[in-house]
Design a protein around this ligand. Structure first.
Ligand SMILES: NC(=O)c1ccc[n+]([C@@H]2O[C@H](COP(=O)([O-])OP(=O)(O)OC[C@H]3O[C@@H](n4cnc5c(N)ncnc54)[C@H](OP(=O)(O)O)[C@@H]3O)[C@@H](O)[C@H]2O)c1
Length: 244
């Protein structure tokens, strides 16, 4: 089996490549530094020769709706066109829990992920969509993104972060055993409130930024699974945070 990882040198992609190679699967990394540009199409035809499965773990720094939509949608279109020519049978996309529900519709980046999901579902190559909650290791980054003038503005809404390695294992399972066509969600074992999680994480790191609880404009459960989902077993590495 030969797998093309679009974004194969990124945080998720590089770990997935290691995981698949350990299982004896041939991996082709498809990122800018490999000479592949999924937006211009450069290097795609060459990279996809003999490939059975594409795993799409691309990312963009564009957080505005226009930029995020055009990146995520454009990448699906180009991967589909070249993938179809190469005989690719399965396109696996990593998305985020909650973005398809419409509740997070004000956030441009999430609109990009919604467009990505729609594009791959209506494309000719059979697809699997894996939706993960926030990675536990990204919580400090999320805190920075919520910091305004030195204060962390945190909604009193749910968050259920998952261990990145458990997401990687699910992506690997999608490559090796899942039939195309599934939508699978994965979340960590514990559900917290954003503000409690942020306060505990900052305290643990000796960071004295103040966390201010703000009224959320989105539903309490916007970013956690609402239906059936796979529950990770790895707990958030800080004990004693009240669960929601
Ligand atoms: N953070 C979370 O908690 C979370 C939760 C659920 C899902 N996700 C999803 O996980 C996915 C992967 O995230 P990540 O953190 O691994 O991203 P990342 O580290 O930023 O990696 C993204 C990769 O995309 C590649 N790339 C960007 N533009 C490209 C282009 N035009 N052509 C080819 N490759 C291009 C980059 O290549 P270069 O390195 O060569 O530039 C990089 O390797 C994202 O789609 C994100 O939405 C994240």
């Amino acid at each position: 089996m030969k797998v093309f990882i679009a974004g194969g040198r990124g945080r998720v992609g590089s770990r997935l490549a290691d995981n698949l190679e350990t299982k004896g699967i041939e991996v082709v990394p498809g990122g800018l530094e490999d000479g592949v540009d999924v937006i211009s199409g450069k290097g795609l035809a060459e990279g996809l020769v003999g490939v059975d499965t594409i795993v799409n773990v691309l990312n963009t720094p564009r957080f505005d709706a226009e930029g995020a939509i055009s990146f995520f949608e454009g990448a699906i279109d180009n991967l589909t066109a070249e993938g179809e020519r190469a005989g690719v049978r399965h396109h696996i996309v990593l998305s985020i829990v909650g973005v398809g529900e419409g509740d997070a519709s004000e956030i441009g980046y999430y609109l990009g992920k919604v467009a990505q999901e729609k594009a791959v579902r209506s494309a000719s190559i059979p697809a699997t969509i894996i939706r993960a909650t926030q990675f536990q290791s990204y919580i400090p980054v999320l805190i920075d993104q919520h910091t305004v003038d030195g204060k962390v503005l945190a909604p009193r809404s749910f968050i259920q972060p998952v261990d990145l390695e458990e997401v990687i294992e699910l992506l690997a399972e999608a490559v090796t055993t899942l039939e195309p066509g599934s939508d699978i969600e994965i979340a960590g074992p514990d559900r917290f409130y954003h503000d409690d999680l942020f306060r505990a994480t900052l305290a643990d790191r000796g960071d004295d930024r103040e966390v201010v609880t703000v009224d959320g404009q989105e539903p309490l459960d916007a970013m956690v699974p609402r239906g059936a989902y796979r529950t990770g077993t790895v707990r958030y590495p800080i004990a004693g945070i009240p669960t929601a």
